[in-house]
Design a protein around this ligand. Sequence first.
Ligand SMILES: NC(=O)C1=CN([C@@H]2O[C@H](COP(=O)(O)OP(=O)(O)OC[C@H]3O[C@@H](n4cnc5c(N)ncnc54)[C@H](O)[C@@H]3O)[C@@H](O)[C@H]2O)C=CC1
Ligand SMILES: N[C@@H](CC=O)C(=O)O
Length: 382
Amino acid sequence: MSSVIAVPESPYLRAPRRALASPLVVHIGVIGPGKVGTALLAQLKDAAPRLLRDAGLSLHLRAVTDSRHMWLDCDDEALNGRAHGAQTWRPADLDAFAAYVRGEGNAVALLADCSASDIVADHYPVWLGAGMHVVTPNKRAGSGDIARWHAIHEAAAAGSAHFGYEGTVGAGLPVIQTLRDLLDTGDELVAVEGMLSGTLAWLFNRYDGSMPFSALVREAHDLGYTEPDPREDLSGVDVARKLVILAREAGLKLALKDVRISSLVPAHLAEVSRDEFMERIGELDGAMIVRHASAAAAGGVLRHVARLDRTGASVVLERVPRDHTFANARLTDNVLRFSTRRYCDNALVVQGPGAGPEVTAAAVFTDLLRVAGAMGVKRCAC
Ligand SMILES: NC(=O)C1=CN([C@@H]2O[C@H](COP(=O)(O)OP(=O)(O)OC[C@H]3O[C@@H](n4cnc5c(N)ncnc54)[C@H](O)[C@@H]3O)[C@@H](O)[C@H]2O)C=CC1
Ligand SMILES: N[C@@H](CC=O)C(=O)O
């Protein structure tokens, strides 16, 4: 699909490699071949020959599954060659899928969950406990039931397996790793303030009242910025999930229900099906033009702002002055301002594109490379 290569072409990767006795073989299963999953499949395919050559890392795509079908034998040339390249599929079964990805022998097995499904997240403890690595941009595990979240981390420790979720906050931006590095070196999180939705950043960067807000939401959906159901973005729930993930990372007790959210989805559209919502999305336009005009009249712009500190968390669409940092971020830019014990006079800021299939897939790929790094592959991200 794309020629973009997720792994940076660093001098480190290009340098002559110390020959490994044998390549590290990683069996990969991709769950959810949607926008992010498809981009990940393309990135894996592009990078595999280079990683084998330069890093002694042998990536084997074993299987792909969505909610209804699973395709096994993805690396089987003969099978893939049948029916004009179409692979055979069978009804999806996550346990059988994981067992197939693992296979026989001693290969490292890794599951990349690119769905937004709680059902898939429910399987993480079993997979991790059995020593299979899990990498994901799916926010459900990190922001859902706290008992499941504990079970996941305990299973990962018990199975000596890695649970990677860098893509859950800020898409491809180094957010989780940055926070973890601060905490691991003894810093303390005091507060996070920022714009954590690529979709809402893009919408309010674009929206000037000259075209319907709903048309922009449709465009954001087509560009792959929104959640599978764009109400997750518009309601503020997607950003609230990210705040919960950050809070838990920092050891703060926060559940989704504790985040104060002001939703852009009117109550009468909150419970209808996704398809009906998309048909009636024009019903958002009236309220939005009024809010935009009111912010403009007061000399400001609308921005979707998230805040987290020890007293709580909030997600609000608010008016900010035109010269505010948030007013001048571009496109899907996320901005995360970390105030910590060390970064107290001036916050540590992570900023950049915060949504899109390519950048998100690259975060998942980076997590995969961290697993390989931990397994002794010295020439990629470790
Ligand atoms: N699109 C973006 O910019 C970003 C997305 N993410 C996350 O990435 C994930 C995927 O997002 P998209 O690719 O945009 O969504 P998508 O809707 O394009 O793809 C989701 C895929 O998951 C599959 N799926 C759903 N339930 C499943 C189940 N029970 N078992 C197996 N597969 C299942 C669907 O069939 C589909 O193939 C979501 O969790 C999203 O929050 C995270 C950061 C940024
Ligand atoms: N829909 C999300 C995607 C990344 O998490 C967003 O717009 O931020």
